[in-house]
Design a protein around this ligand. Sequence first.
Ligand code: 2AM
Ligand code: CA
Length: 270
Amino acid sequence: MSLTPKQIDEQVLDWLAEARTRIVADMQMPLQVNEKTNARDLVTNVDREIEQYYVQQIHTLMPEAQIISEEGYGDHVSSMMGDVWYIDPIDGTLNFVEQRAEFATMLALYHDGEPVCAWIMDVMQNDIIHGGPALGVFKNNASLPVPMNKVLADGLMVVSGARLIANQMGLPQVSQQALGFRVYGSAGISFMHVLEGRAIGYMSKMKPWDFAPGAALAKSFGLMISDIDGEPLNMLLSNSVVVSTPNAHEQIMRIEKQTNGVEAGTDIRL
Ligand code: 2AM
Ligand code: CA
């Protein structure tokens, strides 16, 4: 018998509680930090441990599912058919290492390319935004209201700081037209601000595990999510992602056309 989205949600909320216990316990001990591509792209023993924990749980719950994950314990996934899980065990690893706060752990489940359920946990705040198209969107146990459909001039845009100073993705122009801009250093935390209506949008170049959970929750809310050309996201590759209120999205797409949407380079040091 296949599980309902509600049953899957309840199961994953238990995994997140366990993951949080492990992360907080690990933070009492020295972290083992390794550079991946550069000094700002880090992996720790905690990223590896938590990803392996989620992979084991998914294998037990849904043995047939494929897994797209950051640290290499998942599968080489080339199709979105069937059940596909996304795992980012620690999102905002630089924040985790340097600030010991403002980082997330997140998962998402898609079926035949469509979102089923997603979870973003602000680990230190112990807040989880979760849900899906069939469930609605919740913060912990409470239903979240749909964010107001504000225009750029009336709200804050969350952006990638590195890409803003590198003049990519039309970010200087978008930031200038917005009421203000913010940089958080974690995709998950950035999506949480948008989902809670504290920001009207978020733009960054992201990997699939960075945007899949937030995209699932944003779609459940009727927020707009696309690449900078307005096209649907490729769920298997990096994308220059725009998530925002419908009104701000229309304005951002106009800005992208005017600035010829300078593509996010792949060689940037974040
Ligand atoms: P991470 O910490 O899980 O790697 C700000 O750095 C945000 O962008 C974080 O959510 C981070 O996720 C993500 N990120 C880091 N390096 C990246 C890269 N090269 N491409 C896309 N996203 C990246
Ligand atoms: Ca990560």
